[in-house]
Design a protein around this ligand. Sequence first.
Ligand code: ASP
Length: 327
Amino acid sequence: MKRFLVLAVAVTALVAQAQGFPGSKPIVVVVPFAAGGPTDLVARDLTLAMRKSLPGANFVIENVNGAGGTIGAGKVAKASPDGHTLLIWHIGMASTPSLYRKLAFNPLVDFDFLGVVNEVPMTLIGKPQLPVNNYHDFENYIRANRGKLNMAHAGLGSASHLCGLMWQSAINAREAMNTLPFGGTAPAMTALVNGQVDVMCDQTTNTAVQIETGRVKAFAVTTSERLNHPTFLKNYPSLKEMGLNGFNLTIWHGVYAPKGTPAAVLKQLNEALKLALKDPDFIRKQEALGAVVVTDSRIEPAGHKAFVASEIAKLKPLIEAAGKFAD
Ligand code: ASP
């Protein structure tokens, strides 16, 4: 009896295998931004954790940059629905339907949903040479230098682009800065640290260390409250606190498969995802950079899909008010 119990516990740590999946063929996880940025980081840490319950699974990260993540997402929407091509993307899944007049995919039609992974606050930051050190001086500096400064982002529809759009609209200074798209915010951060661009808004997973080590200046966080992180970013005000009523932007990441992926494969991947979200190593790595691992109903495919639908509806009027679209 005792032997039976030990065996039963060992088996629950692995997920039930769909027939022949994953086999020896790699599972390609498309990250629609450059390597080293926030989306890439979550994909690498998550797949490392998922592998623990899918022994032998060979996850390969493929960075497909461009157009705010829509090129990578479009590629996955058209991939063979066999579980060997997945997508990790962020709030762009919900913002791009309102930002692009034409998209190569419909978020709610062309994907199967595997679960939301994390939530990450953003920070409004500037190059170290900016001659200002607090939010109000920063805002005044942007207004005084209208049209002269560059804001880096990861393409139309990226989180950094959305944040810049919403912030400039909230301070009534639409298009106060020129925008400069990069393949992701990892290369954009290099340009900011080197003073080649002036401003960026990006996830703490890419900015916290740079801020704390003085390589960039931080002016505010985008969550409605200050960050309650035990070790960093304690002293930066929220934009709401700075008078931007209702400003609250948190970025989330989710995992997707092309529509039509077999149910047994989806179940296996979702179970591996849920085990990864409980993995202490994964949780520790995420929290160390300011991200919070999701534990609510959004880790189930149905909850994830309902959440994306609600985010599309929530973001539409905000993006329309900010008023800048791609073709
Ligand atoms: N943080 C990026 C964004 O602004 C994307 C990335 O490089 O992960 O959307």
